[in-house]
Ligand binder design. Sequence first.
Ligand SMILES: [Mn+2]
Length: 241
Amino acid sequence: MIYVISDLHGYYYSFLKILEKIRFVETDILYILGDLIDRGPNGIKLIDYCRRFSNMIILKGNHENMLERYLRDKNTKEIWAQNRSGGHATLKELYALHGEDLKYEQQLLDWVEKLPLYVEITVLERTYFLTHAGIGEELFLNYCKCNQYKRAHQIDLVNLFDWVIQHLDSDKNKILWDKGIFQLKEINVKDNLIIGHTPTEEMKIMRSKNIFNIDCGSYKKGGRLGCLCLDTLQEIYTSCN
Ligand SMILES: [Mn+2]
């Protein structure tokens, strides 16, 4: 079976419960759409755990991008730890678990740098485009303009993301931050799209036409992890607090 989950935010034990509930085995594949760390208590533990599985495919989230920037230049520590992102929980845990182990930090940086920003998969002849967040409206409108698309044009997401990455002047990780166009009701995507990053108000997996938001607000009051099985479209939940 193929599964997707997102925005684990350090909720290691709730994640283990999900694996238990779905009876996750070697022949299954689990896509994790980023933000394993920050806000919750056990993000580094989650990364260390998930990295051991060759059948867990991890995409980069904006929180991994912050960790990456910190590991590359520790002077960014203040920004990461002080903004509302909850990075201090991860920093504390990093040093509690691994001390000043520079070799571990280098391995972690190598790993996080290589995380994909998006992936397209096919399950039972249905195509799904998976990414953490979205694309800003301005970039999207530029894409439409360059290709002479009307706003209602049916968007090929691989094409769109390839174009955006090529046209982002400096940092391709920008796409991890934008709530972006997928919040717009009128957007018309060709295949199925699955995103996280913005907690759904109902704290359950939400679907609007062929767009799924699977961020169930793990770190919020009453928040949960929501896992979607792409073979059956069954939803599996565990609570986080
Ligand atoms: Mn995010």
